[in-house]
Each structure stands twice: as structure tokens, then as C-alpha cells.
Design a protein around this ligand. Sequence first.
Ligand SMILES: [Zn+2]
Length: 284
Amino acid sequence: MSWIDPDFPRTATPSDLVGRVLGLNPGMMTGPGTNTYLVGRRHPVLIDTGAGVEGYPALLDGYLKSRGVDRPARVLLTHRHVDHLGGVAHLRERYAGLPVAKMIHRDAGLPDGIDDLREGQPIEGDGVTLVPIHTPGHASDHLCYYLVEEKALFSGDVILSGSTSVIPSGDGDLADYMASLRRLQGLDIRRIYSAHGPVIEDGPGKIEEYIAHRLARERQILEALGDGLRTIPDMVARIYADVSPKLHKMAGNSVESHLKKLARDGRVREHVEANAPSRWELVG
Ligand SMILES: [Zn+2]
């Protein structure tokens, strides 16, 4: 996939208040790698920690020193996925006593000593205020962080630049995800700093595009059902005809998340089959 950009800069300073250091974990799911952000000038807050790649702490430290900064003041995590919290252990080795917080929700097996953080508990940094916003859908524990001084959003994996967000079948929920997007749409957001890929300058446009994309997909699925297609593989073969078959399993997960949402809305029904894919039909 083209969004794995080998020339993506390893460090950048997208604004006066925001620095960016790459987690050095490129891949199909992470694009150029996970972005970690330093917010505030002298005692910056670090948002996310990458996957735990060996070279990351030195890269972060070098970037901090180049800006005359000793260490991050604290770490805030967007969610529990390993490409966001995997770097916590290494960072704690380098920066003794470094506080780490996330929204603790349905978590098992978190590293010790992570503080709980909730929506409605703004974090004050050096000249910056970060407001956590609970945005479930990609992950049930997901927080975005709104930077008041820039009217900017650290969107984690809710909004990505260059790809659509994945709704994992266990902990993900498309109905929650759509509600999260609509909530973000109601905020005064200019820029978006996403966890993967470059800065999104037109935040509202991107949120609108994400909502439209999901609604278009939902319409395609309803049409396929209306035309008598019954199983997810059949629907994927039609809707993703122009996408490499290697990606059809992922596409199947996406169609399934739509069908589950439609079932919750009372618009489709699932018939579970023994040893075969479920058969789906429109209700009414
Ligand atoms: Zn994630």
C-alpha cells in the first residue's frame, strides 16, 4: 500500500507548540509508522509511544535535546493498541518516574502504574491545554486530545491520513465509531494530527469525508443485499472487485462491522450457518 512512505520524516516540528517523532514501525497497518507528538514548549506532554522499537527512545531524546528540552513531562496514550503503548517500558527506563495515563476501560495486561484518565479531565502543560475526548469505535478505550490553543485534534487512530480506520471485530464498534465522528464534527477543529501519516490541514473536510465514506459503504451493502447477495464473501467480491484479493479478509471484517451495525439498527438479520458463512437478509 502506497501509504507506507519510506521518505516520511522521522522528526518534524509542525507548529510552535507541536513536535512529532516517528515510532519507526512502518507497515501495512501503521503506514510510515506511529506518530508520537510532543505538545508544549519546555516540558512537553508526549502523546503515544510507538510500538517499542529499539531506536525510538534515542530518536525522541535527540529531537528533545535539539530543542533544548531534557525530557517529556508525562505521557498520554490514545488507546491500548501495541503500536501506541508498546514504547512505555523503554521510555520509563530512560526517564525515571515518567507518569503515564490513559483511559482505563476493559483493559487486561496493561503495564503497571498507568494512571486512569477520563473525559472531562483537562491536562495542563507548558502553555498548552489538552482536553481528552472519549471516542470509542476503533477501540473502546480510545481518547482523542483537543489542543485548545490551536483548536487542533490529536486523533489517534480515529482519523488517519491516507487510509480508513479499521474497526476490529472484537473491541471495535461501527455504531460507536460513527457517533464518535459525529461528535468530533460538532467541535471547532482546524488541524488534525493523526497517529499515522502527515498533518491534516482541513480537519472538518476530513471528518466529513470519513462519514461520507462509511455511509456510501453502508448503501453498497444494502444494495447488495437487495440484489440477493447473502454472504460476506459474496458481498466483498462485488464491493471490493477492484481491490487486491489479499485485502479481502480485511474488507470482510469491514463489511461485517457494517452488517452488525445494521443488525443493531434493526435493518438486517443474520442466519448463522453450520460450517458456512452466515447468511444475511434485509428486514421488512
Ligand atoms: Zn489502534
